[in-house]
Design a binder for this molecule. Structure first.
Ligand code: B16
Ligand code: MG
Length: 219
């Protein structure tokens, strides 16, 4: 089987926006919900959708909030987050991301984004990587969030490739589970002990070349 395409998660793979999510959720949790929000909580939210993230935080409170209050909370969190990500520039791309995207393009291996984020289009624009992505599947188009494989299956469909000929890059436990459920080869980004389901794990994309990828992909 030949490597035909690569699917990239956004937050934690191409750019580190987790710290901006942390600051925004912490501010909301403490000021509007009256609960704490730790780095461990932020870790648990990686790959989850915005509404799932809020539901997770609300489990810490005894209070019952109405749907309109929840909507207002998500809007407020997102406004804080948007202010931070509006400052992103191409220099915020994580190590190796641009080099790999450029190498894939030069070898005509197709690429797509597979992210839970509804803010993905803005972030792509700020990072200047639209030209390297043949398709974008994000939180605005998926109905079932990770660990459901929908986001990656849609990406493969848009690129007209099979999961078996496609590699997914993911940093979240739920995202790796989604990739494996969908039948993809999955490269985990981060600590190998944290992503046991991944086919292999690297600290960042600077450890990846197409040659290396094809060697492990054929095993
Ligand atoms: P938004 P990814 C995910 O992006 C983040 O990991 C997760 O922490 C966040 O809650 C989710 O996007 C939704 O983000 O509020 O911007 O729609 O890792 O799937 O690229
Ligand atoms: Mg991620």
């Amino acid at each position: 089987m030949k490597l035909k395409a690569c699917l990239f998660d956004l937050d934690g793979v191409l750019v580190d926006t987790a710290r901006h999510h942390f600051i925004a959720w912490k501010q909301l949790a403490e000021s509007k919900i009256g609960v704490s929000f730790t780095h461990e909580d932020n870790e648990a939210l990686k790959g989850l959708s915005r509404v799932e993230s809020l539901e997770y935080i609300l489990l810490k409170s005894n209070h019952v909030f109405s749907e309109s209050q929840k909507l207002a909370m998500m809007t407020e969190k997102n406004e804080i987050y948007l202010e931070a990500v509006s400052q992103l520039t191409p220099s915020d791309l994580l190590p190796g991301a641009l080099q790999l995207l450029q190498e894939l393009k030069s070898k005509s291996i197709h690429t797509a984004l597979g992210s839970a984020s509804k803010n993905a289009p803005l972030i792509i624009e700020k990072l200047g990587i639209a030209q390297y992505l043949d398709a974008v599947v994000d939180g605005n188009v998926v109905t079932a969030s990770k660990p459901n494989p929908e986001v990656f299956l849609k990406g493969a469909e848009m690129l007209q490739v099979l999961p078996q000929e496609t590699v997914v890059f993911e940093d979240a436990v739920s995202g790796v589970a989604a990739a494996k459920k969908g039948g993809f080869f999955c490269v985990g980004i981060g600590e190998s002990s944290a992503l046991p389901e991944a086919d292999f794990v690297v600290a960042d994309l600077s450890h990846i070349t197409i040659e290396k990828l094809e060697k492990s992909f054929f095993i």
